[in-house]
Design a protein around this ligand. Structure first.
Ligand code: ASP
Length: 472
């Protein structure tokens, strides 16, 4: 018999169905045994009566999380038993036949309850069990709906999705690189991309004009409340022949429509989204990502805003900028490919600290959920910026492929990269990014599910020409 999904049961009242899934809960009333069964589409209550002898006997042994299959009748519940607010609250399965596909040992925590209060190490160690819970299923499925919406929306706007390499060279987003030894070139290393920034700009040189991807960004820096350790996902996009206004309008239209379709219960506080200059934001709110919600207790309010007119440079500190020589006064406030405001080009020579950049930050409820900019497409200006941030000729050499590419007909271009994890965290009202990621690392950078990082074998090290110094 063909499988029926639990979420479709109300269409099958009065019919016999075959179900597959997990035991969510079992209540033994002696004669009557009640089972809640769960599959990816929902839960349903089932009743096993002694008249169906074998099924009744098997149900006696069942425990939560056992994998079972059931053949049963979909019955309408008696009027007084109907639970109006629950999915499947008006039906019940009368079990005719039940078999156990696989048993399960007792899980480390209750699966049929919210696990947000359960010890996080335990949850991450047994993430595959944690992800069975209703809230985690909801969060990840919503995340999937969001990526699907965005993908469809952008294809409709003539974008193309292109994947870029994970093994690459340093990409300057101001963090420390993860590096990977190159077996065939002893002593050399790939870097994992902090973002696809350079590739997406090269894709503009390559004539794609409108590109996006859901990109993994890898940055070896300590985790913070709004930054997961090691890796996160961005909706990375780039467009040619645009000005800043085009990027702002596209994002505003896309996120507004997304909220309407995927989160209809949410309200956007102000449309069009408020735009603040960096100066205004700092003066009025003391933050470049102000929380503009009218009522901070309202979990359904979404206050989007733009912060614009950032200074192109900030004062350089070693921690937030690894690529400079450390001796220059300036670090890019976004990244080194951000274009200076055309009115301020002259100031690059005379007063660089006063130059505004064509940077835009997307702010939501007090979080920076995305940043981007119009890029430099003039090799002379790019060199000037390299100089101001104190690049040695060796460091410039690291980016010579960009300067070279820009000699071959580069269109003006710009883009943005909203953080998917951060957006999901804010919109779902979760306190941690880990609540919206399938297999996040701990704050200390460990993957407890797989138990990573782990030691390399001696053979692996030998093959790579590496020696590990024992830590004292
Ligand atoms: N690559 C930038 C970042 O990761 C985003 C962008 O400029 O498009 O923040």
């Amino acid at each position: 018999m063909k499988r029926t999904y639990i979420g479709d049961l109300t269409k099958h009242v009065g019919k016999k169905v075959r179900l597959y899934g997990w035991v969510d809960n079992r209540r033994d009333h002696g004669k009557l045994i009640f089972l809640d069964m769960r599959d990816m589409t929902g839960k349903v209550q089932m009743v096993v009566v002694p008249a169906h002898k074998e099924a009744h006997q098997t149900s006696g042994d069942l425990r939560n999380e056992w994998v079972i299959t059931v053949e049963g009748m979909v019955n309408k519940r008696p009027e007084r038993m109907i639970k109006k607010d629950e999915p499947n609250g008006d039906v019940e399965i009368e079990v005719l036949e039940l078999s156990v596909i696989n048993q399960a040992i007792t899980p480390p925590f209750e699966v049929n309850q919210d696990t947000s209060k359960v010890n996080e190490e335990t949850r991450l160690t047994y993430r595959y069990i944690d992800l069975r819970t209703e809230r985690m299923q909801y969060n990840l499925r919503k995340r999937g709906e969001v990526t699907k919406f965005i993908r469809d929306y952008l294809y409709n706007e003539k974008f193309v999705e292109i994947s870029t390499p994970i093994l690459t060279k340093t990409t300057p987003e101001g963090a420390r690189d993860f590096i990977v030894p190159a077996r065939m070139y002893p002593g050399m290393f790939y870097a994992l991309p902090q973002s696809p920034q350079q590739y997406k700009q090269l894709l503009m040189v390559a004539g794609f004009e409108k590109y996006f991807q859901f990109a993994s960004c890898l940055r070896d820096e300590d985790s913070r409340a709004d930054r997961a350790f090691g890796e996160f996902t961005q909706l990375d996009l780039e467009m040619s022949f645009v000005v800043q206004e085009d990027i702002l309008q596209l994002m505003e239209a896309m996120f507004t429509e997304l909220v309407r379709k995927v989160f209809p219960e949410k309200r956007i506080s102000q449309e069009p989204w408020p735009r603040l200059s960096h100066k205004e934001a700092m003066e009025n709110y003391g933050s470049d990502k102000p929380d503009l919600r009218k009522d901070k207790n309202d979990s359904n309010e979404l206050a989007f805003a733009w912060t614009l007119d950032f200074p192109l440079f900030t004062e350089q500190t070693k921690e937030d900028f690894y690529h400079g020589s450390g001796s220059a006064a300036f670090a890019p406030s976004h990244h080194m490919f951000t274009a200076p405001h055309p009115d301020d080009i002259g100031l690059l020579e005379t007063d660089p600290a006063k130059v505004r950049g064509l940077q835009h930050d997307l702010v939501l409820n007090g979080y920076e959920v995305g940043g981007g900019s119009i890029r430099i497409h003039d090799p002379i200006v790019q060199e000037k910026v390299f100089d101001l941030i104190g690049f040695t000729s060796e460091q410039k050499q690291q980016f010579s492929h960009m300067l070279e590419a820009f000699k071959y007909g580069v269109p003006p271009h710009g883009g943005i990269a909203p953080g998917l994890d951060r957006f999901m965290m804010v919109v779902l009202g979760e306190k941690s990014l880990r609540e919206v990621m399938a297999f996040p690392k701990t704050g200390e950078g460990r993957d407890l599910t797989m138990n990573a990082p782990s030691l390399a074998t001696d053979d692996q090290l030998k093959e790579l020409g590496l020696e590990v110094r024992k830590r004292k």
